[in-house]
Design a binder for this molecule. Structure first.
Ligand code: AMP
Length: 250
């Protein structure tokens, strides 16, 4: 079984995000970029399926600027077999990415596509669902456990009230939640080996996909600054403050 994994290059989760001075978006110049954490989980899951003898090939795909090659190299160092970069300078929105991924799916014919449940930069949580809809495939979103057997996938999903387990037919789209697995670290020898693995670079035009943005970001703002706390001397002062000053926030 071939697995396709989508990996996005995002601002590293340890970096304090800054909004551009003109409010047009998030500052990405001279900022450390990394693989979206949910996509690391997606890559890890595909490697575990390969180690278990269920997957035979893992192809990783990223859509975006040339520097996404670094993200793909990381995925190759982790254990993916091949990489595809759909290179464009255009700012990609989820529908455009879903269409690009559909074109790659049509070219590669995987049985399973694994994506992160959301990218930590735009928090859209849309691409996996849109891809499944475009392909007319089953989907198991927010997966915290995936079991594959007999052309079916049993996906345990994290829902508000607890866990829901569904059975879906393959081919399918699965999106990863935080508790699905704990990704391994990249080792130096594997970084060296990854340099020899194959990376194909395609343009959206070659895939027949129009990636022109459909939404316009009007404004991006920083969250309001938290006010400094105050120290009280004893429990009596605390109770008085709670009684007279504390407000219930609906
Ligand atoms: P989003 O819908 O933007 O929150 O992204 C959900 C998931 O879609 C991510 O975790 C990735 O697996 C995938 N994805 C989104 N954008 C890209 C991209 N530019 N390249 C590759 N995969 C992407």
């Amino acid at each position: 079984m071939k697995i396709l994994v989508a990996v996005k290059r995002v601002v590293d989760f340890n970096v304090k995000v800054r909004v551009r001075a003109d409010g047009s978006g998030v500052e990405t110049a001279n900022v450390k970029m990394s693989m979206n954490p949910f996509d690391e989980i997606a890559v890890e899951e595909s490697i575990r399926l390969k180690e278990a003898g269920i997957a035979t090939e893992i192809v990783v795909v990223s859509c975006g600027v040339q520097a996404c090659q670094e993200t793909l190299r990381t995925a190759l160092a982790l254990g993916a077999d091949r990489a595809i970069l759909v290179e464009t300078e255009v700012e990609l929105q989820p529908l455009a990415v879903a269409k690009l991924l559909r074109a790659i799916v049509q070219k590669e014919s995987p049985q399973l596509v694994i994506l992160g449940k959301q990218a930590i930069d735009d928090d859209c949580n849309q691409t996996g669902q849109m891809l499944a809809a475009l392909l007319g495939w089953s989907q198991g979103t927010f997966a915290s456990k995936v079991k594959i057997s007999d052309r079916k996938a049993e996906v345990t999903r994290e829902v508000d009230g607890g866990l829901e387990t569904i059975s879906i037919t393959m081919p399918a789209v699965v999106t990863t939640d935080l508790r699905l697995n704990e990704p391994r670290y990249v080792t130096l020898p594997n970084i060296m080996k990854a340099k020899k693995k194959h990376m194909e670079v395609l343009k959206p035009d070659a895939l027949g996909v129009d990636v022109t943005p459909r939404l316009k970001t009007l404004k991006v703002e920083e969250p309001p600054k938290r006010k400094a706390g105050a120290r009280v001397h004893d429990a009596r002062a605390l109770v008085a403050k709670l009684r007279n000053e504390a407000k219930v926030i609906a």
